[in-house]
Design a protein. Structure first.
Length: 157
């Protein structure tokens, strides 16, 4: 009987079946994890200084989410300064952002989101779909980060 107890309580896989089962559980947890979209101003007045300021603000939020192991998509860092690096029109980037947005489960609105027509549109889309929106009152808004963390990890065992 001792061997049966050891098999059931052990956390180490004993055979290939156990390894496959553990891999499936890990994959399911990843699939159950919710993905957030970071929305806020990017272009501003179009100067490098303002664009960089906006990217850094979004990046601070992305880092906070990463530190909490919350999945996210941050368009600001995804195409950082591509307006100067690539020849694609702005509409291309907006369409790509919407594609990612539609695949996200919740939205994190940066404190200055109202300054951005793009962020306002992204929020309208999320409201229409009835998906949760978390509004940061500051970049250090611990209460809202805590709420995001609880929401993003619901259902994960």
């Amino acid at each position: 009987m001792s061997g049966l107890t050891d098999t059931v309580t052990s956390t180490k896989p004993h055979n290939k079946t156990d390894e496959i089962l553990k891999a499936k559980i890990k994959k399911k947890r990843a699939l159950d994890t919710k993905m957030g979209f970071i929305a806020g101003p990017y272009f501003g007045d179009g100067t490098y200084t303002i664009i960089e300021k906006n990217i850094r603000e979004a990046e601070r939020v992305a880092i906070e989410l990463a530190n909490r192991q919350i999945f996210f998509f941050c368009p600001h860092t995804h195409t950082r300064h591509f307006e100067a690096k690539a020849g694609a029109p702005e509409e291309y980037y907006k369409a790509m952002d919407i594609h990612h947005l539609l695949n996200c489960d919740f939205l994190v609105a940066l404190p200055r989101w109202k300054e951005s027509s793009g962020a306002r549109k992204e929020i309208r889309i999320f409201r229409t779909k009835g998906k949760p929106i978390f509004y940061l009152h500051s970049l250090e808004d611990g209460d809202t980060y805590d709420k995001i963390e609880v929401y993003s990890k619901r259902g994960i065992r």
